[in-house]
Design a protein around this ligand. Structure first.
Ligand SMILES: Cc1cc2nc3c(=O)[nH]c(=O)nc-3n(C[C@H](O)[C@H](O)[C@H](O)COP(=O)(O)O)c2cc1C
Length: 200
């Protein structure tokens, strides 16, 4: 397994993660749109569906007895191969989802070569969006997640978008009803691309 970015045609490879694996997830929909901002700017986006990384709740005894699970190793490798993260973060009870936190906690665990998993994200960029049927659009989940990513050494770009009343936001043509809102979501991806390009 490799835990570094390998030679690639793209100098901006972004890993897109959604904190919900629900079919019809509003956050996943928003993530697709923000990802467009990355690709339109010339970057490459990989979507990692957390359902493909079935992880037990982090438990130090389980880790001591059985080691880091295979799905966590795959997720660590996936993170390693990207220059930045684009995250859509649903809000559960004022925070972000346990699914997302558990994935982050496992990724942060030591690599087979002894380095900390935190080295996989430290110094890389991240951007956040969120969607909720509520009026605040999951903004509180972004604040909480921003604190965690900051602690891990990530540079979280100031551009973000929280889509309130998200269940009413899309028209039947698949576009957002509000063009300015759609532009701002795309701009989040573009901002992430810009920062990654400068960091490189
Ligand atoms: C346990 C739970 C707690 C929730 N708490 C909040 C909340 O604090 N704020 C909010 O705006 N929405 C809250 N919601 C509603 C979610 O924002 C809504 O289910 C949303 O559609 C989830 O994201 P998804 O569509 O990407 O799956 C909560 C939903 C659940 C299941």
């Amino acid at each position: 397994m490799h835990y570094d970015i390998r030679d690639t045609d793209h100098d901006c490879k972004i890993l897109a993660l959604c904190g919900s694996v629900r079919r019809g997830s509003l956050n996943r929909r928003l993530l697709d749109l923000a990802a467009r901002g990355v690709t339109e700017a010339g970057g490459e986006v990989t979507f990692a569906n957390l359902a493909d990384y079935p992880l037990p709740f982090y438990d130090a005894e389980l880790e001591a007895d059985e080691g880091v699970p295979e799905a966590a190793r795959r997720l660590q490798q996936c993170v390693a191969e990207h220059h930045g993260l684009l995250v859509a973060s649903p809000e559960y009870n004022g925070g972000y989802t346990a699914l997302l936190k558990n994935a982050i906690d496992w990724v942060s665990r030591p690599l087979p070569d002894g380095r900390s998993g935190v080295t996989l994200v430290a110094g890389k960029a991240a951007a956040l969006v969120s969607a909720s049927p509520g009026p605040l659009g999951g903004l509180r989940s972004q604040s909480a997640l921003r604190t965690v990513l900051d602690k891990l050494g990530m540079l979280v770009v100031p551009e973000s978008f929280a889509l309130g009343l998200a269940h009413e936001a899309w028209g039947e043509d698949g576009r957002m009803r509000s063009e300015p809102a759609e532009r701002q979501v795309v701009a989040v991806g573009a901002a992430l691309h810009r920062v990654v390009a400068r960091l490189n």
